[in-house]
Design a protein around this ligand. Structure first.
Ligand SMILES: [Zn+2]
Length: 99
């Protein structure tokens, strides 16, 4: 993911300072030192869309549901997952919340 402040690539493996608060993550850019946060909605939505797609594919495969219903839902969920992935950008915050 790219840092919106310095436009350099933030490597998750190289992060020295970060905080995790459920699906909300805060990380410090290794290049410019700005605190960044991910999009909680994009992360949760991506996970939900992924499971929906998998469940619908399984329903269609084993015919728990009519294939004409389950497959279109699986396709829509997959598209939704990609759209949410594109929306999943980092945002600059002043500092992470203190615990
Ligand atoms: Zn940066």
């Amino acid at each position: 993911m790219k840092c919106p402040q310095c436009a350099k690539l933030v490597r998750l493996a190289k992060l020295e300072e970060y905080q995790v608060d459920g699906a909300q993550r805060y990380m410090k850019c290794t290049h410019c030192g700005a605190w960044l946060k991910n999009s909680k909605i994009a992360l949760l939505g991506k996970g939900a869309a992924f499971y929906l797609a998998v469940i619908m594919l399984a329903c269609g495969y084993w015919q728990w549901l009519e294939a004409s219903i389950s497959y279109p839902i699986a396709i829509i969920a997959t598209i939704l997952m990609f759209v949410l992935h594109l929306m999943d950008q980092l945002a600059v915050v002043d500092e992470p919340p203190k615990k």
